[in-house]
Design a protein around this ligand. Structure first.
Ligand code: NDP
Length: 336
């Protein structure tokens, strides 16, 4: 498959232009393009421009409001709600970030209930800015049924990612971001596109039998949770934290309301922000955590989560990124 080389600014412009040509206003288009640009910059292809056809499909079907204007409210001293108005999640996240940070600094801890949004991105992109500003940050979101509860044969949970960010002063924060599924669905889709088999333990086929064929997982099969019953419990927790707390759809409910246009369902997200200087070790917490990172970093074979992403930034900013020519053609087709 031949590739096309694009600068990250060209990626951003292509995404903005394609979204605007299909019903997004400039604010929403720019916010989505920011997350796609960040994914390409960090070598996270499964949440980069690869997602543009799904975003466009949701605009064309009328499922997503491309001109949504988020409304941010303070429900209590420590709880912010952002209603995304049926739009894509990035604009609502950008517009509620400062309210969440302020509530966390005022109270020591605060939560953001993001409702009525369509989330199609990697969570680290929204966690990293808060963690870089000095707040310990977590984020969770749901999807549609894609993951089988441990011991069952049918999917009930979404791929349900969780993300955790820890501030490191002048250094980039430590951020991990992982699906509850053994593998994110986007990675399975890329493997199917590229004709690659998966490692064992990722999913089952439509008969409930283990398979390493990504197409069998996507066509009537399902993903397994990572780590057996333990990942399955985390997927359950995320359903409750996101949908149980905020009144948004559980993944199984989103399957009923979604039109299956290829884009993300309507749903919610929960974020938690914690001010580490308010937990009794205001002078020492930063240096104390660094002693743990230093121990880990000298262990042969070990590395901090997030370091793979950070290591690619400078080069991709300078030299651009490659995408498959067929994907580039598809994206250019959205401009007319
Ligand atoms: P991975 O399994 O690729 O990585 C999970 C985490 O583990 C990352 O933080 C990664 O850091 C870290 N990691 C990987 N290898 C190592 C290692 N050898 N040592 C230390 N840390 C390591 O991610 P997933 O496939 O589970 O998820 C991919 C993305 O999909 C996530 O960003 C998630 O938010 C997104 N997603 C979004 C959904 C949505 O509905 N919006 C649904 C499901 C997933 P690093 O990046 O540095 O490698």
């Amino acid at each position: 498959m031949s590739d096309v080389l694009l600068t990250l600014d060209e990626v951003h412009k292509l995404v903005v232009d394609a979204l605007r040509a299909n019903g997004c206003n400039s604010e929403n288009a720019a916010a989505v393009a920011d997350t796609i640009r960040a994914a390409e910059r960090d070598n996270c292809a499964s949440h980069g421009i690869f997602r543009l056809p799904g975003y466009i499909a949701s605009l064309q079907s009328g499922k997503v409001n491309g001109a949504a204007s988020p409304v941010v409210r303070q429900l209590s001293p420590g709880v912010i709600q952002a209603d995304g108005g049926g739009g894509f999640a990035p604009l609502a996240l950008q517009q509620s970030r400062s309210a969440l940070a302020e509530a966390a600094r005022n109270n020591g801890i605060a939560a953001l209930a993001l409702i009525n949004v369509h989330h199609f991105a990697a969570l680290w992109a929204e966690v990293e800015p808060l963690a870089a500003s000095g707040l310990v940050t977590m984020a969770f979101t749901t999807y549609k049924p894609a993951v089988v509860p441990f011991g069952a044969k049918d999917p009930l949970y979404g791929t349900n990612p969780m993300c955790f960010g820890w501030p490191r002063g002048d250094k980039p924060p430590m951020v991990f971001d992982q699906a509850s599924a053994a593998m994110a669905r986007g990675e399975v889709m890329i493997a199917a596109r590229d004709g690659e088999m998966l490692p064992p333990g990722v999913g089952i086929d439509s008969d409930g039998l283990p398979t390493t064929n990504p197409s069998e997982i996507l066509d009537g099969g399902a993903l397994l949770a990572f780590g057996g019953h333990k990942g399955s419990a985390i997927a359950l927790m995320i359903e409750l934290l996101v949908a149980g707390l905020t009144g948004q759809d559980f993944s199984f409910e989103a399957a009923v309301t979604d039109n299956n246009d290829g884009g993300p369902p309507n749903g919610g997200e929960l974020m938690l922000a914690i001010d580490p200087s308010r937990f009794g070790d205001s002078e020492g917490w930063l240096a104390h955590a660094e002693t743990l990172f230093e121990k880990l970093n000298v262990m042969e074979g070990a590395r901090l989560p997030g370091d793979r992403r950070y290591s690619s930034r400078e080069e991709n900013e300078a030299n651009g990124i490659s995408i498959p020519a067929s994907l580039h053609e598809t994206c250019k087709g959205f401009l007319t």
